[in-house]
Design a protein around this ligand. Sequence first.
Ligand code: CTP
Length: 409
Amino acid sequence: MKLATKKIAIGVTGGIAAYKSFELIRELKKSGAEVRVAMTDSARKFVTNLTLATLSENPVLDSLFEGNEKLGTVHIDLARWCDVFVICPATANIIAKAAAGLADDVITTSILATQAKVIFCPAMNSVMWEKPIVQQNITRLKELGCDFVDPEWGKLATKAEGEGWGRLASIESIVQKLEFTLLATSELVGKKVLVTAGPTRERIDPVRFITNYSSGKMGFALAEAAKLKGADVVLISGPNNLNKPQGLKYVEVETVEELRKAVEAEYEEADILLMSAAVSDYQTKKASAKKIKKTSAEITLQLKRSPDILALLGKKKADCIHIGFALETENGVENATEKLNTKNLDLIVLNNPLEPGAAFGGDTNIVSIINKDKQVETFTKLPKNRVAEIILNKAVEILQDRNRQVIAV
Ligand code: CTP
């Protein structure tokens, strides 16, 4: 429920992508936001007031005057109510009218009347999108403080149009933009946060490998949380099925050795290291160059220890805050505290994958966070993005404490 208590106004204008606003409303409601919709006359040709009202669970503003005779200021109410006003989809027409400062329908009037951030999500035919007048209007609106979620390359509405720029951005990237607009803080501006995520793969032969069940979700959530706090984020991840995150440097790796090299290449400037990758503790002594054929005999796979990346960096650590992760199914606090000490960590995040709600691949986690003073704070089951935020808040506290100490000296 990342967007709980946030008030989002959605302006729907008349393009074929208007139906995609349904999905946007659903996603925002799922995330806890309160949503109200305004629609233009042209939008009513593509989608109905009833659908938008049902999905948003609020009446839809679809006329400046009709039905609003008793309430002459409904557009002002919406403009004042919202924390952000997103126009999705935004036609070339609404962009032109907003750039000219017109106010002749519910959406342009609300745009003029609101003090909230206005975000346009354009969707149109690629020839229209590339027209200089459309681009000039967009530049003008950006200069005036409006934001855009640019359209993507892809199939356009009709076969004749084929593929091109102009397709509405994915709902996921629109939601991300809204989250960023509504939730971003500046605690980590100018700080570099290095996050590792996902599993590693150690090759046995060209078709087989040793790995683990890590999905990468916790690491990706940590990277997002760091980004929301304004950090420059580098996310180094093993193989995963997650959508590639935007607005950060993403490095793909496979083996422990590749992970080690990638981490070392980025470590020097890092202020915070979050080592959530599930690194294989063992690797094959020598991967076979050819596929191993089966025989009737048993085979033995010889494994050697992998380098412990966190322990190695712990030895040369200066100012960087190191946060490690421990998966323990028994004697959790004891084992995790031992790791905190031996790997020279500032914090360790402990979880037990056997607990319901903390399993691999899930969207929730149940963690305890242990600090250098051996204080253990245990949390209930929480969505991974909330857990990520808590961990980042702890890192920010450590940074702030250090700054206070420097000032006191
Ligand atoms: N880690 C690492 N390099 C390794 C192994 C682990 O950097 N070769 C990091 C992990 O990313 C994690 C922490 O160290 O932050 C986990 O420590 P580890 O001792 O590997 O614990 P587990 O693998 O969870 O459990 P155990 O070794 O006790 O089986």
